[in-house]
Design a protein around this ligand. Structure first.
Ligand code: SF4
Length: 542
C-alpha cells in the first residue's frame, strides 16, 4: 500500500486480487464474525431497539430537511462560546484551511484523533506536503500509519492485520516516528498495547496542536462530541493549546435530548458496548481548561449534492458505526482496500459515488460491490435502506438521468458499456409484450441452440459471462412442451394404447423419479377422480 487512495483500481479488479489472499480472508472472517455476534448480544438486551432505531432515523431526517437552519444555529453557538467556524466546500478547501491554521500556530507537529472525515480529505498527505507531521493516536490508526498502509475498516482500521504482523510493524517502524518499540517485543496484545501507549504518551505531552473529527455537533449549544474507546481522543482534546475539528455538515443534530438516542445506539452497534468508555464533549473554549483556541471546519465535499437526491440522501444519516461492514458477505471476502476509498463496505458503496459522482471507473463500480442480500439494512441503527440506494445508483449509472453536482442540476449520460445492454433489455421487453414475436424468438433460439457460444465475445456480454456460462437453451420451448402435455391429458386411452412418441410421455407412477416429468392423470377404475375418492375418505387434503 502507498498510503494514498489515489489511483487504486476499480472494485472488480481489486476484489479479484484481494480474494486470493488467504491470510487476509482468515483475518477478516475471524474479526467480523466476532464483532457481529457480540453486537447481536448487545442489541438483544434492549427491548426498545426498534423504537431507538426509528427515533435515530427521524432525528437525522428532520435535521437534513432543515440543515441550513441548524448549521447557522451551530455556527452562532460555537462563535458565542469562543470558537471560530470555517466553511469548506471540498477536500482541498478543508486541507488548505487546516494547513493555514496549523502554520499560524508556528508548530510543525500535530496529534490526531481518529477521524474518517480527515481520511476523506486526505489531510495527512496535505499536511506532510506543507511540512507538518501528523501523528495518529488511535491504536489501529497508528498501526496503519507506521505500516505506510491504508485503513480498511471504519471502526477497526487495521482489521486486515494479525498481531504478529503488528508486532513486526512496531519493531521495524516505531523508531522512525519517536520512541522505539521495547526490545524483544512479543505479539501478546497487552505488550503491543503497552508499546503503543509509551510511544504515544510522548506525543501527547509535547504536542501543542490537535486535530479531531466529531461524531455529533449539537446546534442549540454549539457542543461537539467525540466517542472513543481508548482515551487517546480525550488526551488530544484536552492537552494541546489549539484544537482544530473537521466535521461533515451532516454531523449536526438539533438538541442535547437528541444525543441521548445516539449515545445508546452507536456504542452497541459499533463496539457492542452498552456505553462507550470515553465521551468527550466541549463547547467553544473554557478559561484555564482545555485548548485556548478552537476552530471548527465544516465540510461539504458533495454532501449538499447528496442531499438533493431524494433516495440517496438517506446515506447522510450514517453515524459510522460500521455494523454494515461486519455483516456484509462481500466485505468479509474482499476487505476494505478493494473499495479504493476511505469508506469501505456497504456504506462506502453508497456514500462515495454520491460524494464523488459516478464518472470514474472506481466510483461507478462501487454500487455493484454488493449481493443485495439486505443484511446491511437489517443492522443499520438509523435504518438506511442501503440495498434501495444501491439499485438506485446502478440505475443512474446504466441509464443516466438527472443529478446534482456542485450545486448545479445536470443530466448524466448512460454509461457507454451499458448501451448495448440497455438496447438488449428494451428489445427483450418488447418481445415479452408481443406473444407472437416471443413464440418465433423462442423457436429460433431452440433451433440454433447448438450454435450458441458459452461465453460470447464483446465487452458487454463479457461482464455477464466472465465468471459464469450462459444457461443452456432446452431442446423444446415451454409452449411445445405444454401442447404435448395437453394432448396427452385429453387423449389418455389413446395414449396408453399407442407407443409414446417422446421420452417425456411417461406413465404417472414415475412421479417420484422426476417431478417435472409431464404426467398423465390416472383415472380410477370406478370413474371417480382421485380428489373425489379422498373426499369420501374424510377430506384429508384439507
Ligand atoms: S450505514 Fe448504518 S450500519 Fe453502516 S456505518 Fe452507517 S450507521 Fe452504521
Amino acid at each position: 500500500m502507498s498510503g494514498t487512495y489515489l489511483g487504486l483500481p476499480s472494485f472488480p479488479a481489486a476484489a479479484r486480487e484481494a480474494t486470493r489472499d488467504g491470510q487476509l480472508r482468515a483475518n477478516l472472517r475471524h474479526a467480523t464474525h466476532t464483532i457481529r455476534s457480540k453486537r447481536a448480544t448487545a442489541i438483544s438486551e434492549l427491548t426498545d431497539w426498534p423504537q431507538l432505531r426509528a427515533a435515530g432515523a427521524a432525528i437525522k431526517d428532520h435535521t437534513l430537511r432543515h440543515l441550513d437552519h441548524y448549521l447557522l444555529q451551530l455556527e452562532e453557538a460555537v462563535t458565542a462560546a469562543g470558537g471560530t467556524v470555517h466553511w469548506a466546500t471540498d477536500a482541498d478547501d478543508a486541507n488548505r484551511i487546516i494547513t493555514a491554521l496549523v502554520h499560524a500556530t508556528g508548530h510543525t507537529e500535530v496529534v490526531k484523533v481518529k477521524s474518517m472525515t480527515t481520511q476523506e480529505t486526505g489531510l495527512n498527505h496535505a499536511l506532510a506536503h506543507a511540512g507538518i507531521t501528523a501523528y495518529e493516536t488511535d491504536l489501529a490508526e497508528l498501526i496503519v500509519q507506521l505500516g505506510n498502509d491504508l485503513p480498511s475498516h471504519i471502526l477497526v482500521p487495521a482489521i486486515h492485520k494479525n498481531r504478529t504482523e503488528i508486532r513486526d510493524i512496531f519493531t521495524r517502524e516505531m523508531t522512525h516516528w519517536g520512541r522505539p518499540a521495547p526490545d524483544n517485543l512479543t505479539d501478546n496484545p497487552t505488550d503491543l498495547a503497552e508499546a503503543a501507549r509509551l510511544h504515544l504518551r510522548e506525543k501527547f505531552l509535547t504536542a501543542k496542536v490537535a486535530i479531531s473529527g466529531a461524531n455529533f455537533m449539537i446546534a442549540e449549544t454549539g457542543t461537539l462530541a467525540v466517542l472513543e474507546s481508548e482515551g487517546n481522543g480525550r488526551m488530544c482534546l484536552t492537552l494541546p493549546d489549539t484544537l482544530i475539528t473537521l466535521a461533515g455538515i451532516e454531523k449536526v443534530i438539533p438538541t442535547w435530548q437528541d444525543l441521548e438516542v445516539f449515545l445508546q445506539t452507536l456504542p452497541r452497534s459499533s463496539t457492542a458496548e452498552r456505553m462507550n468508555p470515553y465521551t468527550t464533549l466541549w463547547t467553544g473554549t473554557t478559561p484555564h481548561n482545555g485548548p485556548r483556541t478552537f476552530h471548527l471546519v465544516l465540510l461539504d465535499n458533495g454532501r449538499t449534492d447528496t442531499l438533493a437526491d431524494t433516495t440517496g440522501r438517506q446515506a447522510l444519516r450514517c453515524i459510522r458505526c460500521s455494523a454494515c461492514l461486519n455483516v456484509c458477505p462481500v466485505y468479509e471476502r474482499t476487505g476494505g482496500h478493494a473499495y479504493g476509498t476511505p469508506y469501505p463496505g456497504p456504506i462506502g458503496a453508497i456514500l462515495t459515488p454520491q460524494l464523488h459522482g459516478t464518472t470514474t471507473p472506481l466510483d461507478a463500480s462501487l454500487p455493484y460491490a454488493s449481493t443485495l442480500c439486505g443484511a446491511c439494512y437489517d443492522v443499520c441503527p438509523v435504518a438506511i435502506d442501503i440495498p434501495d440506494i444501491l439499485t438506485h445508483l446502478r440505475e443512474r449509472i446504466t441509464q443516466g438521468g438527472p443529478t446534482t453536482r456542485q450545486g448545479q442540476k445536470t443530466t448524466i449520460k448512460p454509461a457507454k458499456r451499458h448501451r448495448l445492454e440497455h438496447t438488449t433489455m428494451r428489445t427483450t421487453r418488447w418481445t415479452l409484450q408481443h406473444p407472437t414475436a416471443l413464440h418465433h424468438a423462442q423457436k429460433l433460439a431452440t433451433h440454433t441452440r447448438k450454435l450458441h457460444p458459452k461465453n460470447p465475445p464483446g465487452t458487454t456480454t463479457k461482464a455477464w459471462t466472465t465468471t459464469r456460462n450462459l444457461p443452456q437453451i432446452p431442446p423444446t420451448t415451454f409452449r411445445q412442451w405444454w401442447q404435448q402435455h395437453q394432448k396427452q391429458t385429453t387423449q389418455p386411452t389413446q395414449h396408453t394404447q399407442q407407443a409414446p412418441h417422446t421420452e417425456k410421455a411417461q406413465p404417472a407412477h414415475n412421479t417420484e423419479q422426476n417431478e417435472l416429468t409431464p404426467q398423465t392423470p390416472q383415472t380410477p377404475q370406478n370413474g371417480k377422480s382421485e380428489k373425489g375418492q379422498q373426499n369420501e375418505k374424510g377430506g384429508r387434503q384439507q
